[in-house]
Write a protein that binds this ligand. Structure first.
Ligand SMILES: C[S@@+](CC[C@H](N)C(=O)[O-])C[C@H]1O[C@@H](n2cnc3c(N)ncnc32)[C@H](O)[C@@H]1O
Length: 361
């Protein structure tokens, strides 16, 4: 009991009792050893039993042989049993069942903690693939906690055979190196550790192919792909945004930029001495003020109310502001515009925003 207490399986109830006074010593389970009770909802018994099964212990005798002649195509398991683990399991239905239960008991514990502490990761998602998701413990827990997410479990055919889906859980039998169903998010729980770096890169490339890139797609349909994609990718909210969301993000960016330009104009006015030059800048300030106080907030409001026609008109008002400002300086022999660059960049941003908005109509 001393050793087990020291290892964290038990806590001595009365710490001051002398070790030799056995009748008065009692012990209670710790939160770790609770996981070894069979009635515990998060019981880890299948996990521990499988770990000590001979089939999993044998490879440890081949570690040094594997380490000395390491090839990425083999493993201590393959040296001990003649086949890579997942090929071996396919032909051994009993081991297949034991292994799936073993993984499920581990996954149950992990995902309950993830859902409790990392809700934000899942909020707002509509689709998820649990890659190598075994019999679906993780996907089912996610689907229960977030009913609006459609979860697919992709695993080898012999693993998902006989698994029953539900309203928002489905099973796909297949090989992740060949095809991963499209989804907003691919979940990899206890997957990459099974594979060498080369295989991990293959898996991650397949994941990337499976995640549709809305920004790429939408921005290719605007007049300036680079500006559109580079601007959007800096925003943390793009992860869950649809085209309307992306347009809103761009409008907010235009608003921020307009405010920045407005402050810049104020600074230039303060330093300017020429009256005519100041007057031109004051027109610019008024135009950007209109964009900040009227056109952009109204465009955002109309976008939110799904009135895309009105939102487009308001955005045209914003384009107009930048152009009107720049037009004050058309005759370079009189004044050179200090805002040509910022005006042009701002105008491009509003034009790209308009292009995104037009995708919604
Ligand atoms: C370590 S288990 C993890 C299971 C599950 N994600 C969990 O955490 O409980 C690895 C899983 O990857 C699956 N797997 C192995 N090779 C695969 C492949 N080529 N395609 C799809 N799944 C595969 C296995 O069948 C197994 O279910």
């Amino acid at each position: 009991m001393c050793i087990l207490t020291h290892a964290g399986f038990f806590i001595k109830n009365n710490k001051d009792t002398n070790e030799l006074d056995r009748e008065n010593i009692s012990y209670v389970l710790t939160s770790t050893s609770h996981l070894l009770l069979k009635d515990e909802p998060l019981s880890m018994i299948p996990y521990q039993q499988a770990r000590f099964d001979q089939i999993f212990l044998d490879p440890s005798h081949n570690l040094s042989q594997w380490f000395q002649n390491r090839e990425s195509s083999t493993s201590p398991f393959a040296i001990a049993h003649g086949k890579l683990f997942f090929e071996y399991v396919e032909k051994e239905p009993k081991l297949n069942r034991v292994f799936n239960e073993f993984m499920a008991s581990d996954a149950r514990l992990v995902i309950s903690t993830v859902i409790e502490n990392c809700k934000g990761v899942f909020e707002g998602l509509k689709s998820l693939v649990d890659l190598g998701g075994g019999t679906g413990k993780v996907a089912k827990s996610v689907a229960n906690a977030f009913p609006e997410i459609n979860c697919s479990v992709l695993d080898l055919p012999h693993v998902v055979e006989g698994c029953e889906g539900s309203k928002n859980v489905s099973y796909v039998g297949g090989d992740m190196f060949k095809f991963i169903p499209p989804a907003e998010v691919i979940l990899l729980e206890s997957i990459l550790h099974d594979w060498s770096d080369d295989y991990c890169i293959k898996i991650l490339k397949k994941c990337k192919e499976a995640i549709p890139d809305l920004i790429d797609d939408a921005c290719h349909r605007t007049g300036d792909f680079n500006l559109c994609a580079a601007s959007l990718r800096t925003d943390p909210h793009i992860r869950t945004a649809d085209i309307k969301g992306l347009t809103c993000i761009m409008m907010e960016m235009c608003l921020d930029k307009a405010k920045g330009i407005s402050s810049q104009i104020e600074r230039i006015i303060k330093q300017a001495t020429d009256r005519g030059f100041k007057e031109c800048l004051e027109i610019c300030l008024k135009e950007f003020g209109l964009a900040i106080d009227n056109h952009l907030p109204y465009a955002i409001k109309q976008l939110d109310s799904v009135d895309y026609v009105d939102a487009t008109y308001s955005l045209m008002g914003v384009d107009n502001s930048a152009e009107t400002c720049e037009n004050q300086f058309t005759d370079p022999s009189v004044f050179t515009s200090p805002l040509t660059d910022v005006d042009a960049k701002f105008l491009n941003l509003t034009l790209v925003t308009g292009d995104l908005l037009s995708l919604l109509k």
